[in-house]
Each structure stands twice: as structure tokens, then as C-alpha cells.
Ligand binder design. Structure first.
Ligand SMILES: [Zn+2]
Length: 398
């Protein structure tokens, strides 16, 4: 795997203090404390003289900016251990200059983000903290594992300081949670064994184009479609399996795969009082008038149904009531909701063990991304990965 440098770097001052190319693949990260609340520029000046005989790959300044002093492909002189630094990405973090050498919150957050980035670029899906020197040094990481080490294991030093040492497990957990949340919106689907025929439920291959060569948008690739007609290699896929969209432009059949299994089951039982429902994207009130976004993000309990006219009254979370009736055709019984994709619209979104802002935090999604929601409850969506629930208020349907 080619070694690259972090795109998070905003300041570079390369130090002469390194051993050239690494002799071991990267499978460790070693965070250090600077013992000083300094900037990335100051760190650059510290490591610039050859007489200093010290360096690090990256440094995080007191304001959270990331500096680079030794390129990731090279072995830095940082941890008092040739064996460690040949395989470790070393990171000096601005810290207090007295014990326990605490980091500013912005520095710790930058360290989390940098570790996520280093793991991703080096093909790792887990960051491990084994909390034991002997166990760690004897550990043979799997190809997708990155291991945390600390300077105090190799020299008579307190580095990375007791403040950071106490957070090594937290760092590992947060980075691993973020890495586990990366999903590919359009998972490759098993190729069909037979021919595509009218009436088949299909998905599109990633990178599919329309028959005329135009690119197909990602929301189309994310959905399942019903084939209306096939003529030679030209297929019209017409309606989405969820009934919400139509496309007219034909697609080359080579891009179509059977969606696998039976088409999504439609719950045809009429909506009745007491049902928990969600409201369709294109819903209007019975008397006309668009249903606002926040209503569509919640689940509702049906108070009464009269013909095709339903009063949905109270939200499941008890926070809202609406009196205007809605046509039952816009209501979906909850439980029949198909998995769908959402894009996270904030920089950091907590993952919780259960729906609700008071549930314990189990992780955090950083930097957005697209995720599959497999269940909903009271404005919260359950992640397909099993990592927990996120508030759908901070997402947009893809
Ligand atoms: Zn150190």
C-alpha cells in the first residue's frame, strides 16, 4: 500500500531528523505530549536543527492545527525505540508543561480526527489499545488493525502524560467507532444469474450510466427499481420499488443486477386507529397544504380513521400534536419502513445505544457520510452496522 501524508496537515516544515524510508509497514500510532502549549510553527522550529536529534511525523498545535515534520513514509525519531518508530506514525500533541500534561479539548479532538485519517489511509478498520506493554509488543496485528503504543514503554518518561494515558482507551474506541461507520452507499449486489426481464426488481451497479452515457445520480443507484421493459440491451426501469420515484431514461442492462430475494413486501392492511405511522415525503394535509419536514421526520399515533381521512394526533415521543387530518395513502405503518440512506449534515453526530438524547453515547460520526437506516423510532434512526441510533434531525434522506 502506498504511504500518503494526511490531508489534515495545514503546516509543513520538514525536519532533517529521520532515518529515511520505513523498514516496517505502518501498524502503530504513538501519541506524545509536547510538554508545552505550543503552535505547529514552534514545533517546526524545535525539530529543524539537526543537532536536536528528534522529530515526529505529525504535531498538533494548541489551536488544533496539524503540522507535518517527517513524511509518513519515513521513520521519525520520536519514541526512543527504533523498532517502534519504524512501524509507528508519531504525533506530538501540545500539552500543559506540568503533570498530568493535559491537552486542550481541541487538541484531543484533532488527535482523534488525525488517527481516523491515518487508519483510513493505511487500510485499517480498528485502532486497538491493549493497555499493557508486554502484550502490545508481542501482539501481531491483523492486516486491518492499528495498535496504540506510548513513549513511557520505551524510556524513563511519563509521555504521553497521565492525562492522555488515561484516555488511550477512549481514543481507540472513538476512532474504531468512526471507522466502523463508514459505509458504501451502493454496495455491489450479486450479479443476476439469469436475464433481466420486465417486472424484475433490480439495482444498478456503482458507476452505471444511462443508455445515452449520462451519469446516474447516487440516489438512483441507492434505490431498487422495477423493470418496465427490456429491448435488446436497453431497459426502462421506470418506478422505484418504494413507489416514490420514476425515471424515464433507459439504462444498459449490463448495469442491472437482480435485487435479490423477493421484492420488498408491501403492508396492505388498512391504517387504523392506534397504529404507529410515518408520513410520506410527498404528503399533504387532507385539505391541501404541504406537511412540514419535521412532521415527516417523526412517528405518529393514529387517533381515528374515517374512510381515507386519518387524524394522526400525537407524535410517538409525546412532544407534538397535530389536528389537521391526512389522507391515509400518505401514511406508512412503522415496521414496514424499508431501509433507506441518509447523509449526515453536521460535522459530529453522536451515536447512542437507544433512541433518545438521554441514552448513552456509544460513538460519534465525524465528517458526515452516508449511512443506512434500518429502523426508526421517534425521530431516531437505527444504523445498519448495529453501532446504535442517531438523531434524524441532523440528517437528510439521500
Ligand atoms: Zn514522547
Amino acid at each position: 500500500m502506498a504511504i500518503t501524508n494526511s490531508p489534515l496537515v495545514s503546516y509543513t516544515k520538514l525536519s532533517p531528523n529521520h532515518s529515511g524510508k520505513r523498514t516496517h509497514a505502518i501498524d502503530r500510532i504513538t501519541p506524545h505530549c509536547v510538554v508545552g502549549q505550543c503552535s505547529v510553527e514552534t514545533l517546526g522550529n524545535i525539530f529543524l536543527p539537526a543537532s536536536r536529534q528528534a522529530s515526529c511525523n505529525y504535531g498538533i498545535g494548541v489551536d488544533g492545527r496539524v503540522g507535518m515534520y517527517v513524511e509518513e513514509c519515513n521513520r521519525s525519531w520520536c519514541t526512543s525505540s527504533n523498532a517502534n518508530d519504524q512501524r509507528a506514525v508519531t504525533i506530538e500533541c501540545a500539552s500543559d508543561n506540568t503533570a498530568p500534561y493535559a491537552f486542550k479539548g481541541v487538541v484531543y479532538q484533532a488527535l482523534i480526527n488525525l488517527c481516523i485519517d491515518i487508519c483510513k489511509r493505511n487500510g485499517k478498520t480498528k485502532l486497538l489499545w491493549l493497555d499493557d506493554r508486554a502484550k502490545t509488543l508481542a501482539y501481531e496485528p491483523q492486516a486491518d488493525e492499528m495498535v496504540l503504543t506510548v513513549h513511557r514503554w520505551f524510556a524513563n518518561k511519563s509521555c504521553p502524560g497521565d492525562w492522555m494515558y488515561a484516555r488511550m482507551g477512549d481514543l481507540a474506541a472513538k476512532v474504531t467507532a468512526a471507522l466502523g461507520e463508514e459505509e458504501t452507499p451502493a454496495e455491489p449486489v450479486k450479479p443476476s444469474t439469469g436475464e433481466i426481464r420486465a417486472g424484475d426488481t433490480v439495482r444498478l451497479a456503482a458507476g452505471a450510466t444511462y443508455y445515452n452515457g449520462d451519469a446516474i445520480p447516487s440516489w438512483v443507484v441507492a434505490k431498487e427499481w422495477i423493470v418496465r421493459e427490456v429491448s435488446g440491451d436497453r431497459a426502462v426501469i421506470d418506478a422505484s420499488a418504494d413507489g416514490k420515484n420514476h425515471i424515464c431514461s433507459p439504462v444498459n442492462v449490463k448495469f442491472l443486477y437482480a435485487a435479490g430475494g423477493a421484492p420488498a413486501q408491501t403492508d396492505t392492511t388498512p391504517i387504523k386507529a392506534g397504529d404507529t405511522v410515518s408520513v410520506a415525503d410527498d404528503a399533504t394535509y387532507y385539505g391541501g397544504g404541504a406537511v412540514p419536514d419535521w412532521v415527516r421526520k417523526k412517528q405518529w399515533v393514529v387517533l381515528e380513521v374515517d374512510g381515507d381521512r386519518a387524524v394522526i394526533d400525537k407524535s410517538v415521543d409525546g412532544a407534538n400534536s397535530i389536528c389537521s387530518p391526512i389522507n391515509t395513502k400518505y401514511l406508512h405503518r412503522v415496521g414496514a419502513v424499508c431501509p433507506y440512506l441518509v447523509k449526515v449534515t453536521v460535522d459530529a453526530l453522536n451515536i447512542r445505544s437507544a433512541p433518545g438524547a438521554n441514552s448513552p453515547i456509544t460513538g460519534c460520526i465525524r465528517g458526515g457520510g452516508v449511512f443506512t437506516i434500518v429502523a426508526e423510532s421517534a425521530g431516531w434512526g437505527k444504523l445498519k452496522s448495529g453501532a446504535g441510533w442517531i438523531s434524524l434531525d441532523y440528517t437528510a434522506k439521500v
